[in-house]
Structure formats: structure tokens, C-alpha cells
Write a protein that binds this ligand. Structure first.
Ligand code: FES
Ligand code: FES
Length: 189
């Protein structure tokens, strides 16, 4: 991340790769990453609940680690790779976590679901064999106000058991565009 010396309303150019696609945003320095994703890139799957780091609704992956995007300024994500819930599965080809949440009725109103999906992806990617007794605490960073946690835990447990080496990577992330002059890797004829 490059150092930023700017007032809150100063416009700062911020480059990030979001779901595999490079983005260049010119934003006031005070804008959070959550607001940048939602309001400037149209990625409204990242939900905002408390806006002070408690509810976990706004969880995204930043350079492969789960972060609360309401607690970060967008300029702090300069040059980072971001994955949002939109990057997890493809239309018609859901990520196993999305399938499991649906199959196990782990979704009611759905407001917490993006946060739970990204948080549970992060958990299983880092701890693919997390034991049953540790799952509730490991997922306690996201708050659900209506489903009840049992079905969410069951959904995550099923993916843990079916993917012993960790969940497959997010499937809806475009490969990074080649830099100017760089070979795209495509093979001719
Ligand atoms: S909106 Fe970010 S933690 Fe609640
Ligand atoms: S499904 Fe409604 S808040 Fe979790």
C-alpha cells in the first residue's frame, strides 16, 4: 500500500483488483472499502450492518484474508486483491459453500449470508479440518439475527467434510488482464 497524505475529502486514485478485474477508482480519502465496493463498483452483495466492526456483514477477502470492509478505507486497499461474495460462485455454478447454505436452509432473510459465506470460506481455506467444537467460535465474527446458527454450522461442516483440502477457490473471478505489452498466454491456432 502506498502512503497517502490527504485530507478526508481529497480525491485519491486507488487501484485494486476486484473479483479478478482491475479497477481504478478516484475517491475521497474518507470512503470506506465497503462503500467503495457498493457505491462505486455496484457490488452490493457486500452488506453493511453496524459499520463499526461488530456484525461481520461486510466481510470480504483482501489478499486472501477476511477483513471487515467497513473498518478499512478504500485507499488502504490500494494495489490489493479483493474478493467479494459476487466472486465466489458463477451464475448456474454456485460455490460449494453457497450450495450447502441453500441445501441446509442456512439462509432466511439473507442479510448476513454474504458475510457468513466469505467468513466461512476464509475459515476453511486456512483451517480445512477445523474441528466441530471450534466451529461456533470460529464463525462467531458474523451475527445472524434470524436463521439460527445450527443450520449455518451444518452447512459449513458439510463443506469441510466434502473438501478435505479446503474449499475450491472463488469461481467467478476473471483472470487478471495482462499488462500492456504482456503476452496474454493465449495460444494461436
Ligand atoms: S458492517 Fe462491518 S462489521 Fe458490521
Ligand atoms: S439470515 Fe437473516 S440475518 Fe442471517
Amino acid at each position: 500500500m502506498r502512503p497517502v497524505n490527504a485530507g478526508p475529502e481529497d480525491l485519491v486514485e486507488t487501484r485494486m483488483t476486484v473479483n479478478g478485474t482491475p479497477a481504478v477508482l478516484t475517491l475521497p480519502a474518507r470512503i470506506t472499502l465497503a462503500d467503495a465496493l457498493r457505491d462505486h463498483l455496484g457490488l452490493t452483495g457486500t452488506h453493511i450492518g453496524c459499520e463499526h466492526g461488530v456484525c461481520g456483514m461486510c466481510t470480504v477477502l483482501l489478499d486472501g484474508e477476511a477483513v471487515r470492509s467497513c473498518l478499512m478505507l478504500a485507499v488502504q486497499a490500494d494495489e490489493a486483491e479483493i474478493v467479494t461474495v459476487e466472486g465466489l460462485g458463477r451464475p448456474g455454478e454456485l460455490h460449494p459453500l453457497q450450495e450447502s447454505f441453500g441445501r441446509n436452509h442456512a439462509v432466511q432473510c439473507g442479510f448476513c449470508t454474504p458475510g457468513f459465506l466469505m467468513s466461512s470460506y476464509d475459515l476453511l481455506a486456512h483451517s480445512p479440518s477445523v474441528p466441530d467444537e471450534e466451529l461456533p467460535a470460529a464463525l462467531s465474527g458474523v451475527i445472524c439475527r434470524c436463521t439460527g446458527y445450527r443450520n449455518i454450522l451444518t452447512a459449513v461442516r458439510e463443506v469441510r467434510d466434502s473438501c478435505p483440502d479446503g474449499p475450491p477457490p472463488p469461481g467467478n473471478c476473471a483472470p487478471p488482464a495482462p499488462a500492456p505489452g504482456e503476452d496474454s498466454g493465449a495460444q494461436d491456432g
